[in-house]
Design a protein around this ligand. Structure first.
Ligand SMILES: [Zn+2]
Ligand SMILES: [Zn+2]
Length: 307
């Protein structure tokens, strides 16, 4: 078994095209696969490979003038958790879709360590609200106790949600969280700029660092991840429900109808009953050969994109 690393860094990248080329070459040389986003504001990546290859990658990064002092989150993994190597240049390292001045680093929320978060939630102040900044398919299987769960499918829908629900945050201390922390950097800045919340916090290192320290803490269920693992069980609570029969269930599958390919929670009974389809409609299309079916083995690329 090899390793998987998740990391980001906000740093001014003057020549992002050159960094893209360098990252591609570096990862190819080391047989790494994954997803690397480069922007003038920094880098955001998930990369998998053999232990020594990941180590060589981290060493190369540490020697680079821009990419020292990164907080790498490690997990068991391999290059096979990704369909390919994807290195791309974007305007933002996470796609929030608001002008740069509305997500300025100068306004980002205060970072709390996992211990500080745990303490805050244990002695939860009356004016504290906890906001899950992730997408619906992520919080459906795991989240913090009593968190607000916005009904969004993509991160860039969150600013609109905040605009329409400012009352929820008025004069409140707001604790935001996401998987590894990167999404909270711009969205806490966005909320801070609204000047409604009394305080805006984000978890240093996101859910990932919190659950490492408190696996049986205030985060319950599974942590959704954007690689072939799809989700990592944190504790035994099952927050999800089968789409078809609503029984408690939290394993994702994709609809066998290739044209649908819906990413959904389907319990074993319903997978049999509906022949690996998300609905009777898709099942009928598959059974009557009116549609192509997905290849039997689920590849990570069929899971939704983080942005
Ligand atoms: Zn079911
Ligand atoms: Zn379907």
């Amino acid at each position: 078994m090899g390793k998987l690393i998740v990391f980001y860094k906000y740093v001014t990248v003057q020549y992002p095209e050159q960094i893209v080329k360098w990252q591609k070459a570096l990862c190819q040389e080391l047989n790494l696969k994954g997803r690397i986003i480069i922007a003038t504001e920094g880098i955001n990546a998930t990369v998998g490979g053999e232990d020594h290859e990941i180590q060589a990658y981290v060493t190369a990064m540490e020697q680079h003038e821009l990419f020292g002092q990164i907080d790498y989150k490690y997990a068991e993994g391999s290059a096979d958790l990704f369909p390919r190597l994807y290195v791309v240049m974007r305007d933002e390292i996470v796609n929030l879709g608001v002008p740069a001045e509305l997500r300025s680093r100068a306004y980002t929320g205060q970072h709390l360590t996992p211990a500080e978060v745990h303490e805050l939630l244990t002695n939860r102040p009356k004016d504290l609200v906890v906001l899950d900044t992730r997408n619906d398919f992520e919080w459906a299987i795991g989240t913090f106790t009593d968190a607000i769960l916005p009904d969004i499918y993509r991160f860039r829908e969150l600013p609109e949600y905040i605009d329409q629900n400012l009352d929820q945050f008025k004069d409140k201390q707001v604790l935001m969280f996401c998987t590894a922390g990167v999404r909270c950097e711009p969205i806490t800045a966005y909320l801070n700029q609204k000047q409604v919340a009394s305080k805006v916090y984000q978890i240093e290192g996101g859910i990932q660092r919190y659950i490492e320290a408190y696996p049986d803490g205030y985060f319950r269920g599974k942590n959704y991840v954007f690689d072939g693992r799809i989700a990592v069980r944190v504790n035994s609570d099952v927050l999800g429900k089968c789409l078809l029969c609503e029984t408690a269930y939290d394993d994702y599958t994709n609809c066998l109808n290739a044209a649908c390919n819906k990413h959904y929670l389907g319990c074993p009974d319903c997978l049999v009953k509906y022949q690996n389809c998300c609905s009777e409609k898709c099942q009928n299309l598959v059974v009557t050969a009116q549609t192509h079916t997905r290849p039997a083995r689920l590849l990570p690329k069929t899971s939704p994109s983080k942005s």
